[in-house]
Design a protein around this ligand. Structure first.
Ligand code: HEM
Length: 374
């Protein structure tokens, strides 16, 4: 019998690979807490979870999330459409000859969009990329074993490595306190939670998540969809001819090549899942990349099918932490891929100059994607 929940003795983690089991965990934040650092006795001075939406549990999560929601209303996202079209067109106009998708479109587009939304200088985008790589592409093993304090040290090292980013964001936030503008940073310094302004630590952690989660993942969405089309030329031809198929293709790309492979939780109490009993205070890894191919939920799970409906993939998570930026990522995906298909009659990988994969425990993507365009 296939097990969908199992314990990894070497790493001390509980691993969830089934779709219904992952869904149960995501929909039960009281049992499956997102506050991972507490497992390793995070020192109050190194707090990277305070104000960080992804690692905050209710009731604080609800308050922070409602604050964030005001920045990402459907109206705000829809209003970005013309600017995304303009940026994509400018980036594609600059392509002269062969296309390297990551550096010429898939990375700059989302990073410019999020920088403009927040109100930080777009010219600093190389810095954002370095910080995002540090956080998202670092391939530390997920382990719950911390006998020698290695995990606690890892959190402290991470906080120290990200200190320049914290200083950078704080200097911009402070500037808005004296000189308000029409941007998200200004709205955040003026915002109140329970009648109080957010602390510097909360503001920095909150904006860090937006800045970093908001771009590298969308880069992966764009490149991964192009890779899916490259692997499925018959579908690619149909999608070129009928663009109403594109949103379904993007969802399939998210399902088959989830930018985040795995989401982490900690059990707050003992609980039963998938026929197993997981004690309290254990790290639980939810493998989206496997749940997305669970044959109990997806027929022909390894097949790319742009017409798959419904497509309940878990690549944006589910429940209270469901990705705040999903509508924005989908919008950027649709615009950029439509314009790419309009512009280039051919978009194929070149065996002589293959994509450079960056598969880590955390994420799946490419750092270089050279394409033949004729
Ligand atoms: C949360 C994936 C794009 C901002 C999440 C989560 C996932 C995810 C899986 C849930 C994490 C968890 O439950 O532990 C993705 C993917 C993206 C993407 C695959 C692109 C294809 C974006 C963008 C933004 C963004 C463009 C912002 C502009 C956030 C935020 C959260 C989040 C703020 C935390 C929400 C919360 O905890 O309430 N994302 N994301 N994401 N995402 Fe995204």
């Amino acid at each position: 019998m296939t097990t969908h929940v199992h314990y990894d003795d070497r790493l001390g983690t509980w691993n969830v690979t089934g779709h219904p089991e992952m869904l149960s965990a995501l929909n039960d934040p009281a049992t499956f807490s997102s506050n991972i650092p507490r497992l390793f006795g995070e020192h109050p001075d190194d707090r990277i979870s305070d104000g960080n939406l992804v690692q905050t549990d209710p009731p604080d999560h609800r308050k922070l999330r409602s604050l964030a929601n005001t920045a990402f209303t459907p109206k705000v996202v829809a209003a970005l459409q013309p600017r995304i079209v303009e940026l994509t067109t400018e980036l594609l106009d600059a392509v002269d000859g062969d296309l390297e998708l990551v550096s010429q479109l898939a990375h700059p587009l989302p990073v410019i969009v999020i920088a403009e939304l927040l109100g930080v200088p777009v010219s600093d985008r190389e810095l954002f990329r370095q910080w995002a790589d540090l956080l998202l592409l670092n391939d530390g093993e997920f382990t719950a074993k911390d006998e020698d304090g290695a995990q606690a040290r890892r959190f402290q090292e991470m906080a120290a490595a990200l200190q320049p980013m914290a200083d950078y964001l704080l200097s911009h936030l402070n500037e808005r306190r004296t000189r308000p503008r029409e941007d998200l940073l200004t709205r955040l310094v003026q915002a109140e939670l329970d009648g109080e302004r957010l602390t510097d630590g909360q503001l920095v952690n909150f904006t860090t998540v937006l800045l970093l989660a908001g771009h590298i993942t969308t880069t992966m969405l764009l490149t991964n969809t192009v890779l899916c089309l490259d692997e499925n030329p018959e579908h690619a031809a149909k999608i070129r001819a009928d663009r109403s198929l594109l949103p379904g293709a993007i969802e399939e790309s998210l399902r088959l090549r989830s930018p985040f492979n795995v989401l982490a939780r900690v059990t707050a109490v003992e609980t039963a899942l998938g026929g197993q009993v997981i004690p309290a205070d254990r790290m639980v890894l939810l493998w989206a990349n496997q749940a997305n191919r669970d044959p109990r939920v997806f027929a022909r799970p390894d097949e790319f099918d742009p017409l798959r409906d419904p497509n309940p993939h878990l690549s944006f998570g589910r429940g209270i932490h469901f990705c705040l930026g999903a509508p924005l990522a989908r919008l950027e995906g649709r615009i950029a891929l439509n314009l790419l298909l309009d512009r280039f009659p051919v978009l194929r990988t070149d065996p002589a100059d293959p994509p450079v994969l960056t598969a880590t425990t955390n994420s799946t993507g490419v750092s270089r994607l050279p394409l033949r365009t004729a």
